[in-house]
Design a protein around this ligand. Sequence first.
Ligand code: NAD
Length: 437
Amino acid sequence: MGDKMKIGIIGTGYVGLPTGVGFAELGNTVVCVDKNENKIKALKNGKITLYEEGLEDLFHKNVKNGRLTFTTSIKKGVSDADLVIIAVGTPPHPVTKEADLRFVYEAVGEMADYLNQYTVIATKSTVPVGTGDQLEKIISEKNPKADFDVISLPEFLREGFAVHDFFHPDRIIVGTNSKRAEAVIRKLYEPFEGKTNFLFVKRRSSETIKYASNAFLAIKIHYINEMADFCENMNADVLEVAKGMGMDSRIGSRFLIPGPGYGGSCFPKDTQAMACMGRQNGTPMTLIETAIKGNQARKKKMACRILNMVQDISSPKIAVLGLAFKDGTDDCRESPAMDVVCELLQKGAEIIAYDPKALSTAKSILNDKIKYTDSLYNAAQGADVLVILTEWKEFKNIDFERLSQAMQRRKIVDCRNMLNAEIAKRHGFEYRGIGRV
Ligand code: NAD
């Protein structure tokens, strides 16, 4: 192995692309592989395929210096690679909700023939416990001569902060018993030595850590959402409650932010997958099961809350601010906003939506079921109620004067507690936040 490594990344999505760009920036030669030809064509033409702050500049820089290339050929990504990172999707199975490993198996089956030197195959995709064992078996059976180790290298980046999190990880968890693989990973992460926590554990423990962490965070969100409902009934303020709770260092203040329910490409699917693993293996995960049900109900509850405000209108015009599952990303997968919008549509509402970054991804899901616009005040024009569903910072500075001129009726449901209730009321708005009366 030379000074820097040759790395193949299989799957060039929200994880694979920032990871590929990041390792290229650290001086490695990175080949990003994806089977989606349009994606690779765009990337080859210098067009970035997803929004992440700071990604585009690093992408162009590393394409230009030749360290970052794109291909649809797994062979090109895997041949001569010191390390192959699997970052393909592991979506929920439509019926059973367990993690669907089709893409992982496909990628691994295909790469087996091209392993032509000692290669570490690292699974960054979130995979059920024991998947590493399966992958090892698939490769050995297909190519008995292959010299390789399969390790678990779970990804903890947050969408919206992917570049930041790549360069400043909280922790690097590595699941392997192989000293040879450990040496490769230590070399890879040499620039982070002394700057972050490294934990080398059994492969199955590493696979479990990823699910256990995501499920815990999802439960924490569900917990504060339930607490918000409690506060509404008891005339307490959930923001004050969360602040007080968060001052206890054993609890911590993060993820104690009430809202319309957790979403995104990870929490919903990973909680479902963990619950399935628990059921299948005789250890039901009752807290996780409860959080899943509660979170599903929450989105319906939000839609009811919105409709209640305009119950006297048969086909209310609703301005929706925010479609992404959170701020800082264009990702709308499992976005609570999507579920709330669908629920509102079913009840006959007319919707016009604005999102600073996610309009085109939202369009690919909702098509022409709703109208889209490029400014929040355009969305508000003639609306009966305005609803905030994603916590984009620009919504914080809303101009109430302009808003009241634009809207048909002055009503706001703020599912992210972005606005100042007192100021809204002073401008004559009927305002409803979350967990505060
Ligand atoms: P994604 O859908 O954005 O990207 C996956 C990519 O893999 C797609 O571009 C797809 O075309 C490609 N692909 C599928 N099969 C392939 C194959 N056989 N060969 C080559 N390419 C193939 O998914 P994502 O959000 O990047 O997530 C990837 C994995 O990482 C998932 O397991 C997810 O749970 C996990 N993860 C995601 C995040 C996140 O924030 N998105 C965080 C941590 C972990």
